[in-house]
Design a protein around this ligand. Structure first.
Ligand code: TUI
Length: 308
């Protein structure tokens, strides 16, 4: 089943649940433009999430969802907030959501975990997921090892629920390619960073627009939480510290502590963690969310019915 029919939206496009970035402003803008907006809970506490949900409801009457980052200490509490607030779609990342799926299904929630591997995809299909976002290593933020181009068709062959492709998709060619690989929708994040409605510092948006193909690197491989970011002083220092595999976790944590917030809120070019995917090189201008979604879909062969 296509993502459009599964969640009742105009374009088969989900917004990534970007921590500290995917607030009610962005989620509502994406939903109002015809995609599926998501509130990205990141490390927020349950009351902040509830507040963001209520603000989103004030801004849109279209479907929207909540992304729960499972490494958060608040994940368990947030798993109840989405039920209490009548949320229709939940996506998850950075962990295994299996223990929450029964109560979410009972509440009528459509559950779409983000997965980085075939094994994890199969496990979550068995646990009752309705669809999967299959995210390749091209994506920004916390990532798996496998590329979108190889992972999506392997998961499509391994499960019978709809697969939504993520990682490296920023234009209509990416959407078409995802559908040719067997996906029934796409998730985008990086291209939405360069939107008028995205509530991040101008420096962050400009860094995306100016990025070339080789502009990202991956930190945190040593600590087991690889994170793709745009190159800067902070990212290089981090890599230097981990080069010989002997940096202490404390040292690394000190460097990353609050660094995403420094990027998002202060636009701190040296010390911020500017999470972004490899598709940053494809993003050339800052546009409205509506223009971005429209251009991705209306220029696609999927829109013309040539690819199904
Ligand atoms: O989750 C994401 N992307 C994210 S989360 C995030 S916040 C963060 N920042 C620093 C370190 C860690 C988190 C920023 N970007 N994408 C979905 C995703 N999920 N990518 C990889 C995974 C994943 C990884 C391991 C999912 C499950 C998993 O298995 C865990 C298990 O329990 O077996």
């Amino acid at each position: 089943m296509d993502l459009r029919d599964l969640v009742g939206i105009k374009y088969p496009i989900i917004q990534g649940g970007m921590a500290n970035i995917a607030t009610h402003q962005l989620a509502a803008a994406v939903s109002n433009a015809g995609g599926l907006g998501l509130i990205g809970c990141g490390g927020w506490d349950p009351e902040r999430v509830r507040d963001e949900i209520r603000k989103t409801k004030e801004l849109t009457d279209k479907p929207f969802g909540v992304n729960i980052m499972l490494m958060s200490p608040h994940a368990e509490a947030i798993s109840d907030v989405v039920i209490e607030e009548g949320i229709k779609v939940v996506t998850t990342g950075a962990g295994n959501p299996a223990k929450y799926i029964p109560k979410w299904k009972e509440a009528g929630i459509i559950v779409i975990p983000v997965v980085p591997s075939v094994a994890f995809a199969k496990r979550l299909e068995r646990s009752g997921a309705d669809a999967l976002v299959v995210e390749g290593t091209e994506a920004g933020g916390h990532i798996g090892e496998i590329t979108t181009f190889t992972l999506v068709p392997q998961v499509v062959d391994a499960v019978s629920i709809p697969v939504i492709a993520a990682g490296g998709i920023a234009d209509s060619r990416g959407l078409d390619a995802a559908y040719v690989l067997g996906a029934k929708g796409v998730q985008i994040g990086t291209v939405l960073l360069a939107s008028n409605e995205c509530p991040i510092h101008e420096n962050y948006k400009n860094k995306i627009v100016n990025a070339k193909d080789t502009e990202t690197l991956v930190t945190g491989r040593q600590t087991g939480a690889p994170v793709r970011v745009l190159k800067n002083k902070m990212a290089r220092e981090y890599l230097n510290l981990t080069k010989f595999g002997n940096a202490s976790l404390e040292e690394l944590e000190k460097l990353t502590l609050g660094s995403l917030r420094k990027a998002v809120l202060d636009g701190d070019l040296d010390n911020g963690s500017f999470m972004a995917g490899q598709s940053a090189g494809l993003v050339k201008e800052i546009r409205s969310v509506e223009e971005i979604l429209k251009s991705i879909f209306e220029n696609s062969l999927v829109a013309q019915g040539i690819i199904k």
